[in-house]
Design a binder for this molecule. Structure first.
Ligand SMILES: CC(C)(COP(=O)(O)OP(=O)(O)OC[C@H]1O[C@@H](n2cnc3c(N)ncnc32)[C@H](O)[C@@H]1OP(=O)(O)O)[C@@H](O)C(=O)NCCC(=O)NCCS
Length: 394
């Protein structure tokens, strides 16, 4: 089998649903911009060299429906011959897209592919516009449609993750993100054109474009006291709040993947190889435990232990589930290697984009720190976990 080299991995900023910079920006525009930017950032690569583009999206309907993977590629100016697909495994969709694109390169079926993700949670809210659960679900399988917030409450209650521990974790996420933003460490962000509608004197609205170059959900002013005052949002008397949940976010991200011959032909310096990717199922009503099972499965495949991993990106869907997974995996001794620049509690979780976003972040961090191995993992709605191992190129 061939190696799959990631040569470029970039993202737009992550911006707050409804309140943030991308609230009036169409997801097709975010996606086509980042696909185009990734090619421009890859020296000597031409759009016609790309064989296929896969894009993760968790609610692929309305503004982000109709196979946004193909639409994004066309809007970005890829020739007709470059195909495109949309894939959905909820919160791991972006990573699934990168893994499937890498597998095509590994199998020898493609020399150059792109994998990414996009989500506008402003335009298509979680759950989609017209949910139609199976009529029998309330009787037979209510767990299949459990709200993600309730699954986080279930994890907190079943595994005794206290409100204080969740708030402390959230506070640290915010502080790490604030510091990284101040130190300009989010080097994978490409300043992204955003749309806003400005009211004119005659009462009409005019569309204007501005450049957004930072994640606008980071709350530098967060305090433990402030977090402690927030009420539970998903269950009366619960512990999961707006402060210790991931933020709902708009954004896009993508990676360029190629075989070794193409890397040589274009005289590129690859960033990392995607070595292994795995998924695993768990109980739907506590979907947040997914990484606890996906990470050991991944490490077993790779013949590595937690001690070999220099940096981790473990998606912070909720503080309760991230903390539970960290504890069960024996990772508490490596807190300084986990989400080193904050996680989704501070930076946002644009669902189908997140896997691709975290890939761009972990590769930046692996390069900055010079660590050989990085693991990205997340829990997945419906009851699953995914995990990927990246190896830094010399
Ligand atoms: C929890 C949730 C419902 C909150 O939604 P929201 O009300 O839009 O959240 P916001 O981030 O706007 O925060 C609401 C308020 O809480 C308070 N707040 C949030 N974070 C805070 C912090 N760190 N410190 C102090 N106050 C904070 C603020 O008052 C804020 O209002 P403001 O934005 O006007 O200042 C939403 O973020 C959510 O559903 N998250 C989970 C998403 C999910 O399930 N994803 C999939 C996982 S598998």
């Amino acid at each position: 089998m061939r190696d799959a080299y990631i040569v470029t991995s970039v993202r737009t900023p992550g911006c707050r649903r409804n309140k943030g910079a991308f609230r009036d920006t169409r997801p097709e525009d975010l996606l086509s911009f980042i696909l185009d930017a990734a090619v421009k950032k890859t020296p000597n690569l031409e759009k016609k060299d790309v064989d296929d583009i896969m894009v993760g999206c968790s609610f692929p309907e309305a503004e982000q429906g109709m196979n946004i993977g193909r639409i994004g590629a066309q809007l970005a100016g890829f020739p007709d011959e470059v195909s495109g697909a949309t894939i959905n495994r909820f919160c791991s969709s972006g990573l699934e897209a990168i893994a499937q694109s890498s597998m095509r390169v590994m199998a020898g079926w493609s020399d150059v592919t792109m994998g990414g993700g996009v989500e506008s949670m402003t335009m298509v809210a979680m759950g989609g516009n017209m949910p139609r659960p199976h009529p029998g679900y309330t009787v037979d399988r209510p767990d299949l449609y459990t709200s993600m917030g309730i699954t986080a409450e279930n994890v907190a209650n079943r595994y005794k993750i206290t409100r204080e521990a969740q708030d402390e974790f959230a506070y640290n996420s915010q502080m790490k993100a604030a510091k990284a933003k101040a130190d300009k460490l989010f080097k994978e962000i490409v300043p992204t054109p955003a749309t806003r509608f400005v009211k004119q004197e005659n009462g009409t609205f005019k569309s204007e474009t501005f450049l957004q170059d930072f994640d606008d959900g980071i709350r530098e002013s967060t305090t433990l006291e402030g977090l402690g005052k927030l009420r539970a949002v998903f269950a009366a008397g619960g512990s999961v709040t707006a402060g210790n949940s991931s933020q709902t976010t708009d954004g896009a991200a993508c990676s360029v993947i190629m075989c070794e011959d193409k890397v040589r032909e274009l005289a590129l310096k690859p960033v990392a190889k995607l070595k292994y990717y795995t998924t695993v199922g768990c109980r739907a009503d506590e979907m947040g435990v997914g990484p606890r099972y996906a990470i050991p499965k991944l490490l077993k495949l790779a013949g590595l232990s937690i001690d070999d991993i220099g940096v981790w990106e473990i998606n912070e869907a909720f503080a309760s589930q991230a903390l539970y997974c960290i504890r069960e995996l024996g990772l508490e001794k490596y807190m300084d290697r986990i989400n080193i620049h904050g996680g989704a509690i501070a930076l946002g979780h644009p669902l189908g984009c997140t896997g691709a976003k975290l890939c761009s972040q972990i590769l930046t961090n692996m390069q900055d720190l010079g660590v050989k191995y990085g693991v990205e993992s997340m829990c997945i709605g419906g009851g699953m976990g995914a995990a990927a191992l990246f190896e830094l190129c010399e």
